[in-house]
Ligand binder design. Sequence first.
Ligand code: THU
Length: 138
Amino acid sequence: MDFDVQKLILQALGARTKAYAPYSGYHVGAALLSGQGRAYPGCNVENASYGATICAERVAFLRAVQEGERDFKAIAIVGGMANQRPEDYAFPCGLCRQVMSEFCKEDFVIIAAKTLEDYKVCTLGELLPHGFGSAQLK
Ligand code: THU
């Protein structure tokens, strides 16, 4: 990989400290790396109307797109219960995979991390095969 994975995980860990998750208690942080090498952080933002909750990954994408970014390389994600070390790898939910597919190709890298040393790397193509996209609407 032509970027610093641990640096991106560190940024996701930093974003996780900002999570607003009073209902689930599950705190997620993400750091989205643009093609130009800029990182956009995101945390989950919950709502009393549960369906209005926004995942950390989508917050990161919305921030980046609003800044004019359209080219993305990778995202690091860290999730776990508040005040605890992540017990498991936090892979993105289906909605987030779909949002990723709007802006990213199959080789987009997804890093699900527990710590700086303990992480799994996969691609969007592996996590969302045969996805629905703009090609279907032509
Ligand atoms: N969550 C994320 O932030 N990203 C995911 O990919 C899955 C779930 C959040 C949403 C909610 O605030 C909490 O985790 C529990 O579902």
